[in-house]
Design a protein around this ligand. Structure first.
Ligand SMILES: Cc1ncc(COP(=O)(O)O)c(C=O)c1O
Length: 379
């Protein structure tokens, strides 16, 4: 199969990535050949079940789990909801939940729902570095704290959170407290094995690593028990009723096996963009502490520029970036992450996120176009 020539400069890979050829081919084969229901006990069903089993092992391997601890879902948001609500509804009495101030809305809003249902929720702030501090989390742990939710890589700033340190500090105070880690941005790129992260649950999504949209997984440590979000068939160890999205799950498995790319190469691309922009626009600033940034995301703050205007102007010239998270970019309100990091209101922030499909020349070209566009806007 040939791929279309790509004229556009797509630097919005934290929002979504292009499914790889291997992913598309594997998914097509499932739809064409192995389209049986994995619960059917005839040969077609067994073939589909084998496909599921393989994908489960491919994902589990990246998480350092045995395959039966992977639950397939419809994506990152559902995985996070299953972890949060599925833990909350298991509590015999209302408890306490800690989340960082920079979590994805899938965590923030679901936590608020738990609050409406009687639990108490506390947000841990981050400083200008965009990182929570382990001691600040641990200091808030109470006797009734049942869950801490902290993302691995923030989708807007690219800042890597000290997940293992937080885990150690929290568990030193309360060994039974669970840690849920959103690894949507880091899966397939950084080390996301549960043991290394000190995590009890991890949530991931297919479309951030050249896999399909609408499919994800929740990885569970051996002793974690949850309640399902709804009732029905006994699929996914009883945790997620409904016939499995076999093509999507197979695509996710292939994407997990291939990974997102080499961290050093992706880091070289974002470094190239950062250098090109800051050399020519000395007032532009890269957000977040350089020692703790994920290789594929670069958040650039440019004083006196409106991010939405800049993103639109760049889009018109074929350069696709985003102003903060995709789910916020259509809203005029400043994102909660930039607020938490206390980025001044008059700084426009654009998020540039690269993939292994980009060349250094393309990144240089995109950066150059960004510089020209900012200058064209009068800065
Ligand atoms: C950090 C993070 N968590 C969760 C999600 C939600 O994932 P999904 O789009 O698969 O529901 C996203 C996607 O934007 C994300 O970046």
């Amino acid at each position: 199969m040939t791929e279309e020539p790509d004229e556009k400069l797509y630097l919005d890979n934290a929002a979504s990535t292009r499914p790889s050829r291997q992913v598309i081919e594997a998914m097509l084969e499932v739809m064409r050949v192995d389209y049986g229901n994995p619960s059917s006990r005839h040969a077609m069903g067994l073939a589909a079940e084998r496909r599921l089993r393989r994908a489960r092992s491919q994902v589990a391997r990246r998480l350092g789990l045995s395959a039966n601890r992977v639950v397939f879902t419809s994506g990152g948001s559902e995985s996070l909801a299953l972890a949060l609500l599925g833990s909350g509804t298991r509590q015999r009495s209302p408890g306490h939940l800690l989340i960082s101030a920079i979590e994805h809305p899938a965590v923030l809003r679901t936590a608020r729902r738990l609050e409406r249902e009687g639990h108490s929720v506390e947000e841990v702030p981050v400083g200008a570095t965009g990182r929570v501090e382990a001691e600040q989390v641990a200091a808030r742990v109470r006797d009734d704290t049942f869950l801490v939710a902290l993302m691995h890589v923030n989708n807007e700033s690219g800042v890597v959170q000290p997940v293992a340190e937080v885990s150690a500090a929290v568990k030193a105070r309360k060994p039974g407290c669970r840690l849920l880690v959103d690894i949507v941005q880091s899966f397939g790129l950084l080390d996301t094995r549960l043991e290394q992260l000190g995590a009890d649950m991890v949530a991931l999504s297919g479309h951030k690593l050249h896999g399909p949209k609408g499919v994800g997984a929740l990885g569970l440590a051996r002793d974690v028990k949850l309640k399902p979000l709804w009732e029905g068939g006994r699929q996914e160890s009883g945790l997620r009723a409904g016939t499995e999205n076999v093509p999507g799950i197979v695509g996710l498995g292939v994407a997990a096996e291939c990974g997102k790319g080499d961290a050093d190469s992706l880091g070289a691309l974002t470094a190239l963009v950062a250098r090109t922009v800051t050399e020519q626009l000395p007032r532009a600033e890269v957000l977040g502490d350089a020692r703790h940034r994920a290789p594929h995301i670069l958040a650039l703050a440019i004083p006196g520029v409106r991010a939405d205007v800049l993103v639109n102007a760049l889009g018109a010239s074929g350069v696709y970036v985003s102003s903060g998270a995709a789910c916020h970019s259509r809203g005029a309100k400043r994102s909660h992450v930039l607020q938490a990091m206390r980025v001044p209101e008059d700084h426009g922030v654009v998020r540039i996120s690269v993939s292994r499909e980009l060349t250094p020349q393309q990144c240089e070209q995109a950066a150059q176009r960004l510089v020209e566009t900012v200058r064209g806007l009068g800065q």
